[in-house]
Design a protein around this ligand. Structure first.
Ligand SMILES: Nc1ncnc2c1ncn2[C@@H]1O[C@H](COP(=O)(O)OP(=O)(O)OP(=O)(O)O)[C@@H](O)[C@H]1O
Length: 231
């Protein structure tokens, strides 16, 4: 099954020439894809369409067996909460919540995520604790407010939050840009290991060529995107 299917998709920001004009693109379920492209080429814009934060102007966007671009705004929000994990460049943690409570946020908004964990005989809290420990946070750090953690620790909390409850799709927008090479490699290996345990499809944006070897596929956005190729 395809995790992502785009057909004749276009998108323009208000008052600008088109940012995206993609004739076709598919990502298979369970694949890990590295998405690259120059600054301003539309990578974050494409991720915002995949996450349903913005909608295509024209064309088709399917996620798994759902015609995502035909859903209402409310249905897209529901689908995202249940099925999509998103790691932002700036992590977007709530600073005064503990690491654990931040990790639990995605499950609080999704009964489906909690159900998936219940089916495995576990709870959101037990899984979050286990994941944060595996990601290298100590018991003390897990209870600390997010703003008191280092950038690398905050990034691991963001990863746990995105992956908790086995989303079908993980979208990551340059989550390693603040890390040194050693932490970056450890982080990416764990992220991909945790994703593969649930057969989560991964779409990961980075400028960092050193990360290429970790992914099944590499995609240059300008090769997909006719709007980018013209400019
Ligand atoms: N919220 C927004 N409102 C208006 N225009 C935007 C918005 N976000 C991005 N753009 C425009 O869309 C184009 C593509 O930007 P985008 O952030 O998607 O590129 P990118 O490839 O992710 O860049 P970078 O690698 O620098 O993060 C740019 O011309 C940018 O100005």
């Amino acid at each position: 099954m395809n995790a992502v299917n785009l057909e004749k998709l276009s998108f323009s920001w208000a008052g600008q020439k088109p940012t995206l004009d993609i004739p076709a693109w598919q990502v298979k379920q369970g694949e890990t894809v590295l998405l690259r492209g120059p600054s301003g080429s539309g990578k974050s814009t494409l991720l915002s369409l995949l996450a349903g934060i913005n909608t295509p102007e024209q064309g088709r966007l399917d996620l798994f067996d759902t015609a995502f671009s035909s859903l209402s705004g409310r249905q897209r929000d529901r689908y995202r909460a249940d099925n999509i994990g998103y790691i932002f460049q700036q992590f977007n943690l709530l600073p005064y919540l503990s690491a654990l409570d931040n990790a639990l946020l995605a499950c609080q908004f999704s009964k489906k995520r909690r159900q998936r964990l219940a089916e495995k005989g576990t709870s959101a809290e037990a899984t979050a604790l286990e994941m944060l420990k595996r990601l290298g946070l100590s018991s003390e750090q897990i209870q600390q407010q997010a703003h008191t953690l280092s950038v690398g620790q905050q990034q691991r909390v963001a990863a746990a939050r995105a992956l908790l409850g086995a989303p079908k799709l993980l979208i990551a927008d340059e989550p390693t840009s603040a890390l040194d090479a050693e932490h970056r490699d450890t982080f990416i290996q764990l992220l991909l290991e945790l994703s593969s345990q649930n057969n989560t499809t991964v779409i990961f944006v980075t400028h960092d060529a050193a990360l290429s070897s970790y992914f099944d596929k590499h995609v240059e956005l300008n090769e997909l995107n006719r709007a980018g190729a013209k400019s």
